[in-house]
Design a binder for this molecule. Structure first.
Ligand code: UN1
Length: 513
């Protein structure tokens, strides 16, 4: 790994002495047990962080609450200036941070850089937004009255993020929350804790230079028990959680119990519909990147191809052909397309899915395999697999976070394909490949895709930050990132002001004294 400059990257990010067995970086108030982070790339220990005990957590909350009091009164465009500086700093750290993402999580270096680019983009977006936290004005029914609404900071935003986008998802939340006047407490995935430390270090630098309290951004580490400190805590009005539907249901229930707000980004079961009018060349690129990029570990990864029978063999052969070209190996080596899965548990889930699809009557057309031998010592590298299957198979209905792609055949028209595509519990991303305007519009219509994201002639993954990101049904309903997603990080207040000497009541009610 040292060949790829990992050591230097860690040093640049302020994560040194990684093998000393102590907590690393700016990881305050952490006195709990240790989490060791091993790279799925080569199985080496990258570093350890200490988890937060209940006491540590209480200290973090105090620091966050104090920071909120000063941060919320700073004018929003001034907060935007801090986020602008953070974006600048991320540009400087793009290479080492992208490298750490690639090494700790296993995605390709290109995708690691892409993830940092998403962070930079959301910072730019947030800077502009810091001058556009608009409310509406209304006309009062009463004379001499003015009505308007305004958005105020919420307070502490709790962020629980997943391993697959270990830095970008945090920044989608924080960049917006910060300009909105909130402070953040972040629990990164236990599978990528050093990415958390690196981000904290970078932002802490910016805060320090501006004489601002570091409590504006807090980091805690640990497993679901630490997550539970947050979800049960009334001092946290909003919990933003990314991960499995199973986790999301627990978070929603716990936060709902105390009538807090939750923003959920959960599982997807994303499909590309390929109609007789599809451009096959584009389709293949979109499908193969969607299914194999990030080793199938995006929530937007393509899980299902729904192919019209008239082009089925053509598409199948082209996709199988493309799979034959895939190079699997060290993701830091830019010649490789597919890196490892996050850990051996993920490898087991991948194997189980392949067994299950066969047991249900599926037909494997590109065999999966756990790779062994030189370069694959971590035991986390698998060969992307393809199975021909039926839409109703239980395994096809389920999100397997690995490169397993199901080919489903449809006959009839686009409505039939849409029915298959919508016939799953999840509703994140979807796509249609067609050059036929009628099909495309039907897919996007009221009776079309039921997902939060619906694309035409693009795959299911790789959304830009400018749009609201998230999905329906078991995906959890939350929206992050662009458009008006910022509103969830603020509380709305309706204000009515009377500038007369009378006190007329609304609805014409008389109450004469
Ligand atoms: C995720 O997988 O958690 O659309 C987020 C995409 C990325 C984000 C994925 N921009 O694939």
């Amino acid at each position: 790994a040292t060949d790829f400059g990992i050591k230097e990257a860690l040093q640049q990010l302020g994560i040194s002495d990684v093998n000393e067995g102590t907590s690393t970086g700016q990881n305050w108030f952490s006195n709990g047990s240790e989490i060791a982070s091993y790279s799925p790339v080569d199985g080496e220990l990258i570093g350890k962080v200490k988890t937060s005990t209940r006491e540590d957590y209480e200290k973090v909350m105090e620091v966050a609450q104090t920071a909120f009091k000063s941060w919320r009164v700073m004018p929003a465009p001034k907060r935007g200036e801090i986020v602008r500086q953070f974006g600048e700093r991320l540009r400087e750290y793009k290479e080492p941070l992208g490298k750490l993402v690639s090494y700790e999580m296993g995605k390709s270096f290109q995708e690691g850089l892409g993830e940092v680019q998403e962070m930079i983009d959301i910072c730019d977006f947030a800077v502009g937004l810091s001058r556009q936290l608009h409310g509406l004005t209304m006309h009062s029914e009463r004379p001499g009255h003015r009505m308007y609404e305004q958005y105020h900071p919420l307070g502490i935003v709790g962020i629980i993020s997943a391993f697959n986008f270990p830095v970008a998802v945090w920044s989608w939340n924080t960049a917006l929350a910060w300009i909105c006047g909130d402070v953040c407490v972040w629990k990164p995935s236990e599978k990528a804790p050093l990415c958390g430390v690196a981000c904290q270090n970078i932002f802490a630098e910016v805060l320090k230079e501006n004489n601002l309290p570091e409590g504006i951004s807090c980091l805690i580490n640990g497993d679901y028990t630490v997550g539970e400190f947050m979800t049960t805590d009334k001092r946290i009005p909003l919990i933003s959680a990314t991960g499995s539907t199973r986790m999301g249901k627990i978070v929603a229930r716990t936060v709902g119990e105390r009538l807090g707000k939750s923003l959920l980004e959960l599982g997807g079961n994303n499909a590309i519909i390929i109609t007789p009018d599809a451009d096959i060349k584009m389709t293949v690129i979109g499908a193969v990147f969607g299914a194999c990029g990030t080793a199938g570990q995006r929530c937007t990864s393509t899980r299902r191809l729904i192919i019209h029978e008239s082009v089925y063999d053509k598409v199948k052969n082209a996709v199988v052909d493309a799979y034959g070209q895939l190079r699997i190996g060290n993701p830091l080596d830019e010649n490789n397309h597919v890196g490892p899965l996050i850990d051996k548990d993920a490898v087991e889930m991948y194997k189980a899915a392949l067994e299950k699809v066969v047991a249900e009557g599926g037909n494997i057309i590109v065999e999966g395999e756990v790779l062994e031998g030189e370069g694959y010592e971590s035991g986390c590298y698998v060969r992307p697999a393809i199975a021909e299957a039926e839409p109703h198979f239980e395994i096809v209905q389920h999100e397997t976070f690995a490169p397993v792609l199901y080919l489903l055949k449809y006959s009839g028209d686009i409505e039939d394909a849409i029915e298959i595509q919508n016939g799953v519990a999840q509703g994140l991303s979807s796509a249609v490949m067609t050059t036929n305007l009628r099909e495309a519009e039907k897919f996007l219509s009221h009776a079309g895709s039921d997902c939060g994201i619906a694309n035409v002639n693009i795959g299911t993954s790789g959304a830009e930050i400018g749009g609201a990101f998230g999905g329906e049904k078991e995906t959890g309903g939350g929206r992050e990132s662009g458009s008006d997603a910022w509103k969830v990080y603020m509380r709305r207040q309706t204000n009515t002001i009377n500038y007369t000497t009378e006190l007329p009541l609304a609805q014409g009610i008389k109450f004469d004294l």
